[in-house]
Design a protein around this ligand. Structure first.
Ligand code: BGP
Length: 477
């Protein structure tokens, strides 16, 4: 229960990504994306970090993105279910390689453009506002082969062309845009975030921050294009958020927490304030990083800042300078977090911290003074269907309830939040593990880790719960 209602125009909904839902990985003229090279399990983790054995799919290997949950063919059925829950918005991403299969054709792939026209039309017909991410972990593989992906300046112009193409095409259908999903993921999973492949002897830090600069300029150019092409639309950035707590009140721990937060804030500082913060310049100096910036880049960044801050929030993080404490890292956190003794963890080692949602939202508000949009939040869990097929996912309802309440408290604190698109309202492929078994949905999809199953959809207990939440403007949790 909340003791007040969320705003009437609050964008309740859900979020998915092309590569985790669509499947049809080479259909309709689509080219290969980096995510199409990610198998499941430990191999996936190594590849996401940049140790990439092959830039073509390996014979006999299972790649979950290739079919995913077949949203490409079943989106109408899925959207009908979202509409039944009362969704006001659905966050989707456009697969770059559906529009430009190699990333550098002279003209876009009409079949790819048509697919998203159909998708957006279907959403609009159902009263659901499309919220569109331009890049959700899916650089065309051709650009990795030819240019080394985002390490090369060439990607900036190619991305700008792609962004302009889709903005022009969908300007009358889409009002909410976002540039790079979890842009700070580039530092932790550089192949996933930016298509970066490393060889022995590479100066990894130099390559990552150069790629980051290119993405930041490309993001600003997409903002510029959006403001010119679709002046009634708004465009934001997207941060994998979750503040670092110091493990103790030792100032060394507190300072380290600040530094760790800045590793992520650095991106948003540039996208939202329009310039590199002093601490980033110092970091480059101290680490002998020589980031090549072209004449005019500073102006591009300064003049094209984002309209809102989109973020994902799954958990807080905790940091310590004590080597003994550091032996106890949480397994599920790519950001490098030690276990927090006050908080429980999910089966995948993700810390559960609803109050952290309120803390993070307030910190982002204090820092940027721009509207926020919670574009991902949810609980990845293994669901066990009962004999009659029903799924009683009370654990998921409990997680979501507490996080929505915390978000409501943040709104009462004065934070302007545009909406809430929970992650994976229908079960989709997990980004970090590639598993289907790690489910977030209100809608169950019959498919297992090996890709077996009918792909049939069914409602979990949480389906009606979320429907009530939306219908009651968040008062009935
Ligand atoms: C974010 C990504 C999503 C997503 C989510 C949940 O990092 O933006 O693509 O999948 O996390 O993570 P996972 O699927 O690994 O549980």
């Amino acid at each position: 229960m909340t003791n007040y209602a969320f705003p009437k125009d609050f964008l309740w909904g859900g979020a998915i990504a092309a590569n985790q839902a669509e499947g049809a990985y080479l259909e309709g003229g689509k080219g290969l994306s980096v995510v199409d090279l990610l198998p499941t399990g430990d191999k996936r983790r190594a590849i996401m970090k940049g140790d990439v054995p092959s830039l073509t799919p390996i014979e006999g290997e299972f790649y979950p993105s290739h079919e995913a949950i077949d949203f490409y063919h079943r989106y109408k059925e899925d959207i009908a279910l979202f509409a039944e829950m009362g969704f006001k918005s659905l966050r989707v991403s456009i697969a770059w390689a559906r529009i430009f299969p190699t990333g550098e054709e002279a003209t876009p792939n009409e079949e790819g453009l048509q697919f998203y026209d159909n998708l957006f039309d279907e959403l609009i017909k159902n009263g659901i506002e499309p919220v569109v991410t331009l890049a959700h972990f899916d650089v065309p593989v051709h650009l990795v082969e030819k240019y080394g992906s985002w390490r090369h300046r060439k990607l900036v112009g190619l991305f700008e062309t792609y962004a302009k193409t889709v903005l022009e095409r969908y300007k009358n259908k889409v009002k909410y845009w976002m540039t790079f999903n979890e842009i700070n993921m580039l530092l932790h999973l550089p192949f996933l975030g930016a298509g970066l492949v490393f060889k022995k002897g590479d100066n990894v830090e130099q390559i990552k921050y150069q790629a980051a600069h290119h993405q930041l300029v490309a993001s600003a150019l997409a903002v510029k294009a959006c403001h010119e092409i679709a002046p009634d639309a708004i465009i934001g950035c997207m941060l994998a958020a979750g503040s670092f707590y110091p493990f103790t009140c030792n100032p060394e721990d507190v300072y380290q927490g600040m530094e760790k937060d800045r590793e992520s804030y650095f991106f948003i500082d540039v996208q939202s304030r329009g310039e590199y913060p002093g601490y980033a310049k110092r970091f480059f100096r101290d680490h002998n990083l020589d980031i090549v910036m072209e004449d005019g880049d500073a102006e591009i960044l300064k003049n094209n800042t984002v309209d809102y801050i989109g973020f994902s929030y799954y958990s807080s993080r905790t940091t310590s300078t004590d080597p003994e404490i550091n032996k106890n890292m949480t397994s599920g956190n790519v950001f490098g977090s030690v276990a927090n003794p006050y908080l429980a963890k999910s089966e995948w080692g993700w810390t559960v911290d609803p109050l952290g949602m309120r803390i993070t939202a307030n910190q982002l508000h204090d820092r940027y003074q721009k509207p926020l949009f919670v574009v991902e939040n949810g609980f990845g869990a293994h669901d066990e269907p009962q004999e009659d097929g029903s799924i009683n996912d009370d654990y998921r309802i409990d997680y979501l309830k507490r996080h929505i309440a915390a978000m409501g408290e943040a709104i009462q604190d004065g934070v302007n939040i545009l909406g809430y698109t929970c992650w994976g309202p229908i079960d989709i492929v997990s980004a970090s593990s590639g598993e289907m078994r790690k489910r977030y949905g209100y809608i169950y999809v019959d498919r297992d880790n090996a890709g077996e199953g009918t792909l049939e959809r069914s409602k979990k207990k949480s389906f009606n719960w979320y429907k009530t939440v939306i219908a009651s403007d968040g008062t009935d949790l």
